[in-house]
Every structure is written in C-alpha cells, then in structure tokens.
Write a new protein. Sequence first.
Length: 189
Amino acid sequence: MKLIIQSILLTIVLTVITGVVYPLVVTGISQVAFKDQANGSLIMRNGEPVGSEFLAQQFTGDKYFWPRPSACSYGTVPSGASNLGPTSQKLHDNVATNAANFRAANKLPADAPVPADMVYASGSGLDPHISPEAARLQTARVAGARGVNEDSIRARVEQFIEPPQFGFLGESRVNVLKLNLALDASPAK
C-alpha cells in the first residue's frame, strides 16, 4: 500500500512540474525574450494579422507572386507532404500539370525549364519561400497585371531576397507573403 501511495504522489508531483510549472516558465521566458516568435511571427497590417512569416498562403490571380504548390491546400492542420514516390504516376502528373500551368501563366515557352520549387510541394506543404529564380520568372506577369513597369517589380523582388541563414545554411529565398504585401502597399497597384 505504501508503494501505491508513493507512486500516486510522484505522479501528481511530476504532472504538476512537467504539465504546469515547466510550460509556464518556458512560456514566460519566450514571451519576454522572443515575443514575436512565441506568438507565431505574425505579420500585421493596420493592427490586424494578415499571416505568419513562416506559413505559406495561397495567392491566386496574376497580380500576385505565387508560392510553392501545397500538398495540403495550404491548410495548417493537415500539413505534410504527399508521400508520393519517384515512380508514382500521380506525382508525375502533378509535376507536369504544375509546370504547364506555371509556363502558361508566365507566358514561357513550352520547353522552358521551371524551377523545382514551383512544381514540387514542400515537405510541410506550407513553405512560405520560393527561389529568387522562381520569383524573377513571375515578374512580367505581375507587372502586367498591376500595370507597372517590369523593372520596378524586378527591383522589388531583389529587395526581398533573403540570404542563406547565417550566410551558409540553405539557399537564397524570397518570402512570397512579404513580397505580395509590399506590392499591395505600393502606390501603383
């Protein structure tokens, strides 16, 4: 009986420590030291959240830069990859369709190479970044739809290119949400 009481007390103590005290301490520290990150790295516009810096959103229409395809339709709850393998006919069809749609929308020749990030979904399905090359290929379409000079859109893309993390991890990238919000905030829309 003594062993059962000790087990129950230990369970209660550990539950309070690991289930209440520890989460409250970590939350408190993160709210002080990393407030923006702890709250989802939200991007605010006129005091309202319009998205997170680290979650892709679906943009449609010619006046916006398009993000990577998403295997989960940009939903955060079912996020994840499609798990289709290299021999999958469905993956092959998806890639061919994505490439054809990208070429058609951006008035590229039928045999023009398309950046991989515009035909394959990311592992999470929510990657907010595209390659600078993918962004540059979209500048003519976006400029035409917005009725502005292509050079001004190209300059905006260059302004939003983020270098590899710490200067050597990963590749240069462009955050699609930030770029599209900056274009919407520009005087010439």
